[in-house]
Design a protein around this ligand. Structure first.
Ligand code: A2P
Length: 317
């Protein structure tokens, strides 16, 4: 289904990916969604250790492969990420091995640092929470993630991950990472949609040959604090969808793909999973119309500041 992007190490990544993060995932929901997505043609699955559903992704993928003898594991691009409290080198390796076991695969296609924040853990590898209810930040590894990146590179050289990268990183963070990286990051996964167009960060990543991957490309159904606005109810965006006789989600996915990066729509509804894989092409005029809606906006729907007690985007105050 659609375009394939080439990472800076030559690895090929399908530009349309399926997001597996389900905040209220009831048991079996992720498994069913993954089977539906693979049958609908998605060949890129975005996972994370933190989502706590990687066993279901693994069983869904195995069920799909068993019932489609022509399809192979190598046809699917699988991503996982290491959570904040597992940034110590030994924990990074433990994390990917734990994910691989659950995903039932000997390697992932990309392994990312989920957030540019290191947090302390308890001895049983659970997150340490402070008296204020927030993560206890591991200052040294947050300020200087070089040991964490070395461990990421080690998973790469061991063949546990075919590519490595970051998620939720700013240009400033990537710039300092590039000073010591022996293996350059191949991916930066960030929130992108018309209310958070991220033009500067996308341009920076592309200039460094790091592919941006958009999470929440549909605007996540959340409201802009204060105004109550939503991407999904924006009348200008809906007009573009109506003009093309398609759903708004298809417009948002096309806008991302045509801007040159990967997108990860997520849905647990079988019919919407299929709709989102039914790709359309937007005219230059329609792209310009979405850009106009996006102009000057910066509404982040995923902001973990209150949970982490740490602001990843200080420049946005
Ligand atoms: P559902 O799982 O019920 O389909 P994002 O990827 O930006 O985080 O957005 C995910 C949200 O968008 C989910 O709430 C999902 O709900 C919804 N969604 C996914 N696909 C569509 C679609 N084609 N039309 C409307 N809503 C969608």
């Amino acid at each position: 289904t659609g375009t394939v992007l080439k990472l800076n190490n030559g690895v090929r990544m399908p530009a349309l990916g399926f997001g597996t993060f389900a905040s209220e995932g009831s048991k079996g929901e992720t498994h069913r969604a993954v089977v539906t997505a693979l049958n609908a043609g998605y060949r890129h699955l975005d996972c994370a250790w933190f989502y706590q559903n990687e066993s279901e992704v693994g069983s869904g993928m195995r069920e799909f492969l068993a019932s489609n003898p022509d399809a192979k594991r190598e046809d699917i691009f699988i991503v996982t990420k290491v959570w904040n409290h597992l940034h110590k080198p030994a924990d990074v390796e433990w994390s990917i091995r734990d994910s691989l076991k659950k995903l039932q695969t000997p390697y992932v296609d990309a392994f990312l640092i989920h957030w540019p924040i290191a947090a302390e853990s308890n001895e049983d590898r659970t997150v340490k929470i402070g008296f204020n209810g927030k993560y206890v930040i591991e200052n040294d590894l947050t300020e200087n993630p070089e040991p964490t990146w070395r461990a990421m590179e080690s998973t790469y050289s061991q063949g546990l991950a075919r590519s490595i990268g970051v998620s939720n990183w700013t240009a400033k963070g990537i710039e300092s990472l590039l000073k010591y990286a022996k293996v350059r990051p191949q991916i930066n996964q960030i929130e992108i949609h018309p209310f958070l167009p991220q033009n500067d960060l996308i341009k920076y990543c592309m200039s460094e040959d790091i592919i941006p991957v958009a999470y929440s490309p549909l605007g996540s159904q959340d409201q802009v604090p204060g105004t109550g606005e939503k991407v999904s109810t924006n009348t200008d965006l809906i007009a573009i969808a109506e003009k093309n006789g398609v759903q708004l989600a298809q417009v948002l996915i096309a806008w991302g793909l045509q801007r040159g990066y990967a997108v990860l729509p997520k849905s647990s509804n079988p019919s919407r999973i299929k709709t989102n894989a039914s790709l359309i092409a937007l005219s230059d005029e329609d792209i310009a119309a979405v850009n106009k809606v996006a102009e000057g906006r910066c509404s982040r729907f995923v902001n973990m500041k209150d949970t982490f007690g740490y602001n990843v985007w200080p420049e946005e105050a």
